[in-house]
Ligand binder design. Sequence first.
Ligand SMILES: *Cc1c(COP(=O)(O)O)cnc(C)c1O
Length: 386
Amino acid sequence: MINYGRQYIDSDDVKAVLRVLKSDWLTQGPKIEKFEKALSKKFGAKYCCAVANGTAALHLTGIGLGWKPKDIVITSPISFLASANCIVYSGATPDFADIDEKNYTIDPNKLEKKIKYYLNRNKKVKAIVATDFAGNPCDWQALKQVSYKYDIQLVNDNCHALGAHYKKDKFYAPKFADVVTQSYHPVKNITTGEGGAVLSNNDEFSKKIKILRSHGIERKLKNKNSKQGSWFYEMNEIGYNYRITDFQCALGISQLAKLEKFVKKRNYLANIYNNYFQEVDIFQIPEVQKKSKHAFHIYPLLINFEKINLTKNILFEKMLNYNIKLQVHYIPIHLQPYYKKYYGFKKGDFPIAEKFYDREITLPIHFSLKENQVYKIVKSMKKIIL
Ligand SMILES: *Cc1c(COP(=O)(O)O)cnc(C)c1O
């Protein structure tokens, strides 16, 4: 069965993990800081805090940025649930701005409209969580302008875009956003099994996140002359156990060294898809912005099902007969029963996202996928659709 995503683990990865398994530290040891330093360097952030998963990274981000009930935080309806759920965790109110028709990320104009809508009602938007969907960077210049103009925090849910460049800049993520969150789940561009990180250039924020990662425990004495013993610890804020283990971080360090290679292969395979599907007008291929580099965490293909005698469901079934498992990313978040029930969203609220969902299928793309498998996928699609 060909799946949409899969990890790639080589013998160096295995050796790195085994070394840690035989060492003194399985967790809370030296590999964590090493991984954090490597991530900081790779993505151009001053500070990094590695955590249990990408969702924990988003949760801690919301707390660290001080989101509170009555705050409004806006994200994209086309993202993984966690991009919106982290807003709910903090007690703030989630809202959405529709996506751009071409690059499928949050539309800065729609976003500004939404901010003005709230301003007119004497409400202020606290933060924006923008996802570099599929591995394609958002329009970060425009988003930054909006965040300056209205004094709004900017978060990059960067989980898809490990290895992407925005306008030739591989360090774009922490440059434009106040906080960057990543995930290293096995389908992402590098993996630690479960795992994630929060990156930023803000010293105070980063220190806070590190304390919250482990129950809110602080071991440093505020007063150096205090007579407290070496066992002393104190808790000032409620935290969590969102730690990542040392063997996961060892895997992460080893995987991170292969990121460019991984993204290169993903781009190579995406090009094969592009070359074929751009020839046929019922398909819309992912747009790559000028001077930017797509990281192709996924390959979203839009199909105008109205023009062919086929539903998405039947296409999925027929592809399964060829042992190819398609996916969809994503069902618009505002259409989830929870968001409808508690926040009153309904069908029609974000029409571009909804149309995107009607048309989108995710084709398999990952490092160990072979060129001939991609040709098989293309040919099978051709047989079924055309
Ligand atoms: C994967 C992902 C997450 C969550 O990461 P986990 O490590 O699975 O918790 C959040 N946002 C986006 C956009 C993702 O793709």
